[in-house]
Write a protein that binds this ligand. Structure first.
Ligand code: DX5
Ligand code: ZN
Length: 223
């Protein structure tokens, strides 16, 4: 199971050190929640902050950008230029999804499609052969610390089936990533459903314990 810490619930005023703490704990994929205040009712950071973060952290960590923005087709190159290795775009926010994910891959990054809890799985299935990851939102995007929505199970199971079929036919393997409300108490269940990549925000960055201690509890739940 890949665990991608979401920096949304970290101390954003001390982002470099928060990310270093996660990297030192053994997490090499950082989930960067980019919010534009339009697609979601919140604002975080954009390419300039990501570029600085890349400079501070060096080339090692994978930057997994979750673009909760309206204009990803026009702006995605800025995120690649800032040092992102992976870009996930929302099926609900991109007009020409096939064109957009293809362009992201041609520009040298891996590409993912994000599905909100109310979005049918078909949006991702139509482009499954063109992408590297499907990000299933298990909360409505915009805020950290929300509760996991259990009805995403059927969506995840349908995706897993479609991906297995694609791989059996010699096609591209696609990761299923889940984002929102993932904690030690539900992560093993997600693995059983076929999830291989979990975004964890408040379960990793919180006031209760260090990143390393929170991660140890999560890893234990997966044993
Ligand atoms: C929500 C973000 C998530 C989220 C994760 O819009 O995409 O990455 O903040 O945080 P937790 O794990 O606290 O739900
Ligand atoms: Zn996210």
């Amino acid at each position: 199971m890949i665990i991608a810490p979401s920096v949304l619930t970290a101390d954003l005023a001390d982002l470099g050190n928060a990310c270093s703490e996660a990297i030192d704990a053994g997490l090499d994929r950082l989930h960067l929640d980019v919010m534009d205040g339009n697609f979601v009712p919140n604002l975080t950071f954009g390419p300039p902050v990501i570029a600085k973060l890349r400079k501070v952290l060096g080339d090692g960590p994978i930057f997994d950008a979750h673009l909760m923005v309206e204009n990803a087709e026009e702006s995605f190159q800025q995120y690649i230029d800032a040092g992102c290795n992976h870009l996930s775009v929302h099926a609900e926010a991109v007009k020409h999804l096939h064109r957009c994910v293809t362009a992201i891959r041609e520009a040298g990054a891996t590409a993912g499609v994000v599905l909100n809890p109310g979005t049918p799985v078909d949006a991702a299935l139509e482009v499954l052969s063109e992408i590297d990851l499907v990000l299933v939102m298990s909360v409505n995007p915009g805020f950290g610390g929300q509760s996991f929505i259990p009805t995403v199970e059927s969506k995840i199971r349908r995706l897993k089936e479609a991906i297995d079929t694609q791989v059996a036919a010699g096609g591209r393997p696609v990761q299923i990533q889940v984002d929102g409300g993932v904690k030690a108490h539900n992560i093993a269940m997600l693995r059983d459903w076929g999830v291989s990549n979990c975004v964890v925000g408040s379960g990793i960055f919180n006031d209760k314990a260090s990143v390393a201690d929170n991660l140890a509890v999560i890893r234990q739940a997966l044993e």
